[in-house]
Design a protein around this ligand. Structure first.
Ligand SMILES: [Zn+2]
Length: 476
């Protein structure tokens, strides 16, 4: 029997929060820094972010956007210009008050988001309908002074992209808002194997300063929801506050219609909590920095390492493959590759070499498959596709099993207590009902999903007429 060489992690069902902390640290995704709530993203964690970033950046460019870079610091007077926006962000803003020894005449905020910087810039460069649309995106870090923090999910500083666009018409801005939500949904579902619910945020939950906010929501293993990406139609609010006007096709001055949309390192936390298990991380092959790890067995024996390196050499152009030729015992290497969520392990030892075959082991199911040498490449490709699909289907099955419809508050609280997950319920549209539901159940409205069902004629809380179904959940 193989001795467990890697320190055991907490079981998910025992203590999900501790399990999460164990995974992010022991899979070497992050380390804590000396500033509370800040994280060091280690090479393996950063490699995952780079794969997400590359895929999303490609989509952003293919949909016609250009990357720019805005300054880190925002003068207080600029941040104050849009009233709703500053009200929404003020409690989380970090301020720079001194330059060297000297107190600054005006405080500078470290960007929590960059709407106002883009607005100021757009005012300077947009004059005519010929200057539109402006489709800008930036990759950056931002700071939000959060009270409680957890690696990836909520940190003082995080990485993201923020898109900021200007359009001639309301319809163009709406189309952009929908388009970028679809791009985010694609990245979640195709790359990260995370099924999402698409919908619109309620007025209470929308972005500060937006006309409306679209969101994708996903469900974690523990039955809590996570907002996974948002796309805002800003209307003309910022344009009016900042004076971003253009001469339209009729020769009249009018404000631009704007959007903004963001996707962050938070999604790595979602991926961990959707796919992980008691052995650690489980990475979807599309996003895994290493898709196959070769583990030589009895590597001190003649010919084993040579055969392992030959395999590595012949496969590296078709798959992201690495080899662990360290002097650790194979059992240790198995546990490490499981902790790190590597989708496939390839074992090769003296007996395999003699029989002209290898053993492939799936991370998602633990299944062991013997493969003849000439079929290795095709089999790896097939298995990686199958693992990707399996992870998505498993996550979707989990979400379906944890989604319940509630017509009364008894059903609402009963299901939420028993099962967690998403609760679908009708809502009258009054914020007071939304507030009361949150107060009584700790569940927040996640979104008004695009795919609606008329579950009943009345609001689950106040029994007044209701025509909107809302998805509710406890959320990260
Ligand atoms: Zn109501």
């Amino acid at each position: 029997m193989t001795k467990k060489m890697v320190e055991k992690i907490t079981n998910m069902d025992e203590d999900f929060a501790q399990w999460y902390t164990d995974v992010v640290t022991k899979a070497e995704l992050v380390d804590y820094s000396s500033v509370r709530g800040s994280m060091i993203i280690r090479p393996y964690g950063y490699a995952i972010w780079e794969r997400i970033k590359d895929a999303l950046d490609t989509q952003i460019k293919e949909t016609g956007h250009e990357n720019v870079y805005m300054p880190l610091l925002i003068p207080e007077s600029l941040l104050q210009k849009e009233k709703d926006h500053i009200e929404g962000f003020a409690p989380e803003v970090a301020w720079v008050t001194h330059g060297g020894d000297e107190k600054l005449a005006e405080r500078l905020c470290i960007r929590p988001t960059s709407e106002v910087l883009f607005a100021e810039h757009y005012k300077n460069i947009i004059h005519s309908y010929r200057d539109l649309p402006k489709l800008y995106n930036q990759w950056a870090n931002v700071i939000r002074w959060e009270k409680t923090t957890r690696p990836f999910l909520r940190t003082l500083e995080f990485l993201w992209q923020e898109g900021h666009t200007c359009h001639e018409t309301e319809e163009d801005a709406h189309e952009e808002t929908v388009k970028m939500l679809e791009v985010y949904a694609e990245i979640c579902e195709r790359l990260l194997a995370i099924p999402v619910v698409k919908g619109r945020k309620t007025e209470k939950e929308k972005f500060a300063g937006a006309k409306y906010t679209y969101t994708i929501e996903s469900l974690m293993h523990d039955g809590k929801a996570l907002q996974s990406g948002t796309s805002h139609n800003l209307g003309t609010g910022f344009a009016e506050s900042f004076g971003i006007e253009f001469l339209n096709r009729e020769g009249k001055l009018q404000p631009v219609h704007q959007t903004s949309w963001g996707f962050t390192t938070r999604i790595i936390g979602a991926m961990i909590m959707v796919h992980g298990d008691d052995k650690g991380l489980v990475l979807p092959p599309e996003v895994a920095p290493i898709q196959v790890l070769i583990v030589p067995i009895a590597q001190h024996k003649e010919g084993v390492l040579d055969a392992a390196y030959d395999l590595h050499h012949s496969l590296k152009s078709s798959v992201r493959i690495a080899i662990d030729a360290s002097d650790k015992k194979p059992g240790w290497k198995f546990n490490e590759s499981e902790m790190k969520g590597i989708p496939l392990r390839l074992e090769i030892g003296p007996k395999d070499i003699e029989e002209k075959k290898v053993v492939l082991v799936r991370r998602d199911t633990g299944e062991k498959i013997q493969v003849e040498n000439e079929k290795i490449e095709a089999e790896i490709s097939r298995l990686l596709k199958e693992i990707q699909e399996n992870l998505y289907n498993k996550a979707l099955g989990h979400r379906i099993s944890k989604t319940a419809a509630a017509v009364t508050m008894d059903e609402f609280t009963g299901n939420l207590t028993k099962n967690g997950g998403f609760i679908n319920a009708m809502w009258c549209g009054k914020q007071s009902c939304e507030d009361q539901i949150k107060e009584q159940t700790q569940a927040t409205s996640r979104c008004i999903p695009f795919e609606q069902e008329q579950l009943s004629e009345v609001c689950v809380y106040c029994s007044e007429p209701a025509d909107k179904m809302v998805v509710w959940a406890k959320a990260y």
